[in-house]
Ligand binder design. Structure first.
Ligand SMILES: [Zn+2]
Ligand SMILES: [Zn+2]
Length: 205
């Protein structure tokens, strides 16, 4: 690996300035990540851009075998790499304990739990360099929650699913807003939260 410094995550491409409908499913972009290809592309493009930049920096051709090798190296030294690349390396790697995508196995898989911890550790190291905003942290966690929803409480997954389209534009709810939404979701008043957020998203521009 070269000794060039790491770079901040998720800043390789401009973000949308407002919440857009997904061209494939019609919901606000990212809502149906990762199952809808349009929603997946809307979110993953930022991770892919960082991974591509890392491949270029390391002069590694983007062929499957080479990428898996780079993924292993990144996972062995997560504090030295952009956390988005750690996330992407996990996506390219199979857990050697449970056989699922690394970080996405059953909740009992300690290897997957450790990998998720490492991804957060990588972000924390970048945070110490002043390279992580609250919004970027939220996107980091939200991607894991939506990608591996069986690892999280259902209400939490619902909350993230509704807020990710807004987060993609750089928005970050206040603590009070987030708590209020979660209380309504827990009370089964999901449609109220959804309606309120959709209305709010129309004002983001
Ligand atoms: Zn979609
Ligand atoms: Zn596992």
């Amino acid at each position: 690996m070269s000794n060039q410094p790491s770079f901040p995550s998720l800043r390789g491409l401009p973000r949308p300035t407002r919440v857009l409908p997904c061209a494939q499913c019609g919901s606000p972009q990212v809502t149906n990540y990762p199952h809808c290809a349009g929603c997946a592309q809307a979110l993953e493009q930022y991770w892919r851009a960082d991974w591509q930049a890392l491949l270029e920096r390391e002069q590694i051709p983007s062929e499957a075998a080479d990428e898996v090798l780079l993924a292993q190296i990144v996972l062995d030294e997560v504090e030295r790499h952009p956390w988005s690349c750690v996330d992407w390396a996990m996506t390219l790697t199979q857990c050697n304990v449970c056989g699922q995508e690394l970080g996405g196995g059953p909740t009992e898989c300690t290897e997957c739990a450790a990998a998720f911890g490492n991804a957060l550790w990588s972000e924390m190291v970048a945070g110490r360099r002043g390279e992580v905003t609250g919004n970027e942290h939220a996107l980091h966690v939200g991607r894991f929650v939506l990608r591996h929803p069986h690892r999280y409480p259902e209400n939490s997954v619902t909350g993230w699913r509704l807020s990710m389209p807004g987060l993609l534009t750089g928005w970050l709810p206040s603590r009070e807003d987030a708590q209020q939404s979660m209380a309504l979701i827990k009370a089964g008043r999901l449609s109220e939260v959804e309606a309120r957020l959709l209305l709010f998203y129309q004002t983001l521009r």
